[in-house]
Design a protein around this ligand. Structure first.
Ligand code: 0O2
Length: 211
């Protein structure tokens, strides 16, 4: 039934999603290479872990409906740029920016958009660095560029965001005021913890090189 809402033949839809899967794999590999190489350099790995996810057709359809995007390939392609998503969890805030820079300065990566919710957290306290990057994918008969959303955050930011997400899900948007306030306070605590950990880390090792 959801396929009908995208008004597309199933095989075309599969091919449409496939391209995002490839884009995700390309960016995922780049992040894994950075993580392994940085580990090898022996100054500690700034990347704790990496999660990749492809939007389901259901959530893609729901989002298109929410933003009033016509249910056609070209409009969805142009307006929804988080079909492919990579989440990079780093140890320290400085690592978030270092990894973002290492990724975006690569020749085949084009940075389309930056949303820095670390410099400017959302009202609820949400913090993360969001990038939309574009990567070429080489198909059998042509090259396509695929947008991928990269979310970079610290362990503390991720801890907060996953709990907030669960609470939101549980209360279906109707989060009680006292819980909302508690969550925002917890986000501030997480931000303070990040600052302390950064200072401690710098005291022990000196600031990491930004190469
Ligand atoms: P999922 O399941 O993670 O994909 P839009 O993406 O259009 O809704 P916008 O402004 O383009 O909104 O994107 P934004 O705000 O840069 O980032 C949206 C994504 O960031 C969300 O994806 C979440 O993953 C994450 N995010 C943003 N704000 C919050 C927040 O307050 N709490 C938590 N836990 N995560 C947040 P989706 O599509 O909502 O979900």
């Amino acid at each position: 039934a959801e396929l009908d809402t995208l008004r597309l033949p199933a095989d075309e839809l599969t091919h449409f999603m496939l391209v995002y899967k490839f884009g995700l794999a390309e960016i995922g590999t780049k992040i894994t290479i950075l993580a392994e190489e940085l580990q090898h350099r022996g100054r500690g790995n700034p990347i704790e872990h990496v999660i990749t996810r492809l939007k389901t057709v259901e959530s893609l359809t729901a989002k298109a409906r929410r933003i009033n995007c016509p249910m056609a390939f070209d409009t969805v392609r142009a307006r929804i740029r988080d079909i492919a998503g990579v989440r990079v969890i780093c140890s320290f805030v400085s690592d978030v920016y270092t990894v973002a820079e290492m990724l975006t300065r690569q020749q085949d990566v084009k940075l389309l958009q930056t949303k820095d919710y670390i410099a400017e957290p959302k009202a609820n306290g949400y913090r993360s660095l969001h990038l939309i990057v574009e990567i070429p994918v080489f198909l059998s008969d042509r090259v396509v560029t695929v947008p991928v959303e990269v979310q970079l955050r610290t362990v503390a930011m991720d801890f907060w965001a996953s709990l907030e997400h669960k609470i939101h899900y549980k209360y279906e948007q109707d989060v009680p005021d006292h819980l909302r306030a508690e969550l925002t306070a917890a986000a501030h605590d997480a931000a303070r913890l990040d600052e302390r950990m950064e200072r401690l880390h710098a005291q022990i090792h000196g600031p990491r090189h930004r190469t």
